[in-house]
Design a protein around this ligand. Sequence first.
Ligand code: SF4
Length: 169
Amino acid sequence: MLNSDVENQMSGFIRKTVQVMNSTNFDDTVINNQYKLTLKNVDMLSKKFFPPCMQHLNKKLKDNNHLKHEGRRQLWLFFKGCGMDANENVTYFQKHFASKVSNSDLKSHIYNIQHAYGLVGKKQPERPKNCRNIITGPAPKKDEHHGCPFIHWKKEDLKEYLKRNYEIS
Ligand code: SF4
């Protein structure tokens, strides 16, 4: 449990992260903020402060122990943008994926996360997807959960989701 001062700072931090994701000059210094997304705070923060696209992906990851390609990339790059350390990002996805995917697929997912941090391959860190990338990218098909709820969901589903999870009617 975080106290309310830290909660306020974290909510500001995540808001800033979303702003930074969407700025033309992505600034990695945001991830040097002392309040980072970690294995310990990710679930609490997801419920209270993640934007709907990321909250929904995180919930589906936990419910299904799986996310398809676009969803995985959208979420783990967002975690990176919120300052989650590469090892924690790997641990989080490994924990949720392990029961559903083969060892070789798991290895490949781990490699892709490390690649996003610039730790392997060409060693060029990838920046989180911004709203424009998400909105103009491929729309989610059956059993896919990526995308932007404000664009890709039916109006009634979005209303219900916002009411249930953000108390917005
Ligand atoms: S993609 Fe949509 S839900 Fe996600 S942060 Fe952007 S506007 Fe919000």
